[in-house]
Design a protein around this ligand. Sequence first.
Ligand code: GDD
Ligand code: MG
Length: 359
Amino acid sequence: MKAVILVGGLGTRLRPLTINTPKAMVPVLNAPFLEYVIRRLRQHNVREIVLALSHLAQPIEDYFGNGSRLGIRLNYILEETPLGTAGAVKNAENFLDEPFLVLNGDIFTDLDLTAMMDFHSKSRSKATIALTPVDDPTSYGLIETDAKGRVTRFLEKPSWKQVTTNMINAGTYILEPDVMSYVPPQTKFSFEHEVFPPLLEQGEPIYAYPSSCYWMDIGTPEKYFWLNKDLLIGKSNQYHSVEQVVIGEQDNIHPTAQVTGPAVIGSNCTIWQKARLSGPVITGSGCIILENAIIKESIIWHDVRIEPGAQVSHSIIANNCRLGAGSIIEDSVLGDNVTVSSGHRLEPGSKIWPGTIVG
Ligand code: GDD
Ligand code: MG
């Protein structure tokens, strides 16, 4: 089976992390998010993938190339302006000759794709949509079904008043190729609003494939953090954390420094005396954490310098930031190359754009 992965969204809700880094490339335990998605497809015998790209395409292509490193054939289709979820797949239509998978590129899930494919062919469905239960369906696409699991209604981003179920579109579809005849070429078009509802009106069989397996959409900094934490504590079957603290190659950790897990420290990091890291904590490669610095429940990307006595908690710090001595950063998200001056306390809840010097 072939798959199309949608990776052309702007990642607006993940800003400032996604100003320079596409959402698909944000690091999860120090590997790009999309790498997990591709590896999982490979495990389910998908051998050929189209990546439908638009915004910030180059870093994705540079990293994955033709896919051979992951044992998969990767093709890239670039939209000059974003064509929406269905418009993006329409671009790949020539490549799609049999039932195929469409994946939202910002979902991490343990969904059994092989079982879903079997279900799709047995149910003679035109489109099969994976469903997952969530606490708050209002930021997703709500899907109602009948007793046999046939979809009866779609409601994208419902208000609380409209919520009738906790089951939502989990962002994985198996589609018959002729579904794409509902999509005009080179036109901005969405599956959620403009393809699935008319298919239903035409009486076409659309089936739901519900599952309560691990599922996370990394659309916001909170959810991005939760995914990293969930993997560290073994909630997904795709990452088995064997050690409480994973130390990278060439790390230099002073004997008086304290690292409490779960924690993953990237390669070539230096942690100076009496620095304290308490998990879940992840640092990328090349970070320097100076004496008495404190990092708690945070994700630090690569080449970040945290100076003496600085305190970071519940925050995400992107690449090449410098947090001055004694600075305090709580509940905040910093883009690349941000400098926080010594002694400065950031307002909790701050989102700081790349390159800013604060304080
Ligand atoms: N190539 C391309 N072009 N990709 C796009 C475009 C586009 O114009 N627009 C969005 N995408 C990609 C995004 O990068 C993301 O991977 C995926 O399509 C879904 O877009 P989001 O913007 O993340 O949508 P959402 O999270 O608000 O809602 C969607 O996902 C929910 C599950 O997380 C919908 O499908 C909901 O129904 C669903 O519940
Ligand atoms: Mg999303």
